[in-house]
Structures are given as structure tokens and as C-alpha cells.
Design a protein around this ligand. Sequence first.
Ligand code: AMP
Length: 189
Amino acid sequence: MPVLPLSVCVFCGARAGADPAYVQAGRDMGQLIAQRGWRLVYGAGDIGIMGEVARAAQTGGAPTFGVIPTHLMQAEQGRQSLSTLVVTETMHERKKVMFTNSDAIVVLPGGAGSLDEFFEVLTWRQLGLHKKPILLLNTNGYWKPLAALIEHVIEQKFAESNVRSFFSVVDTVDEAGQALDAHFDSLMP
Ligand code: AMP
């Protein structure tokens, strides 16, 4: 059953990254979520791409659901103006609350934290614990090495080839929108 309003969890960098296209992708993603009438679920920070997504989503009128552990409230500047701000004890709890309150996951360019979040939802999918779509937003080819690594893991027989079907690589926010539309349409009775 979908979470209502339809909720898109965005994992992304707490930094801006080297290419201005990453920040732009964050803004475009926030705008897309607002335009479609979806809710943004994210890590509640006000820095890097995280902050950009949230500002754009809020400016567009989207409801926002942020989840942050107590110890990061200062470092990641927990955004108080969100529709809902959940403060957790631990990082694990943060990921669980974000995941359970989402219908789909989009991973924008980011660092080790975003990779951790991506692999957590990917491995849960591999274990059959959920069927939520996982999209890698491959802005200017940022996730190409990650997709190649996963291919390598499959080729070397440390994963089944069906892992390929557990996530999709999309090159633009528009493409992400189309993939999410198709998924959400399939959930409706
Ligand atoms: P990064 O991609 O490294 O910039 O991190 C993006 C976000 O992921 C930040 O909000 C980090 O606090 C968060 N993060 C990093 N490691 C974890 C973890 N193990 N569980 C949950 N969130 C994490």
C-alpha cells in the first residue's frame, strides 16, 4: 500500500560536489516533487544538495518529512521549517524511518552516506523485503562507476544478475519523473 501523499525519499550529498549540475539536479528534483503533488522525505539537513532539494520542494509547496539523528542536528543544520521533523537517536533509526515513510527512493549525487543509504535499500530489495523502486540519478554520469562496480560484482558471481532489475539508472530529473509516474500509476486501483 502506498504512503499517502505519495512520498519520494531522496538520498543525496550533504555537500554541493564539484559540478554545479549536481546542485541544479537537487533543485530540479525538489521542484519535480512539488509539481507532482508528492511529499519529500529526506535527511532533514539544510546543507549541500540536501538543503537545495528541501528548499526547492518547500518553495513549490510540497509537504516535507525530514529525519535526522540528534547528534547531527547541528552539523547538518536540521531544517526546522519542514512539515514534519523527526529526530532519531541513531543513524540506523533515521534510515528506517525515512524508508518506511516512502514509496520510492531516488539517489542523487552524494558521498559515502548516500552510498550507504543506496546499498541498504538495494540489499533490502535483494532480500525480498520490499519492492520500492530505487532510482540512481546519474547527473553528468556521476553514478557510472557505481553501475560498473555492480556489473563487476555480478560478473564475478557475488550477486545474481537480477540485482540489475532492483534499481534503475536515469540520466535526468525528467526521466526520474517519468519512471516515478509509471510506478505510482501501477499502485493505483
Ligand atoms: P553524504 O552522501 O556522505 O554527503 O551523506 C549524505 C547523508 O547521509 C548525510 O545526511 C549523512 O549524515 C547521511 N549518512 C551518512 N552515513 C549514514 C548512515 N550510516 N545512516 C544514515 N545516514 C547516513
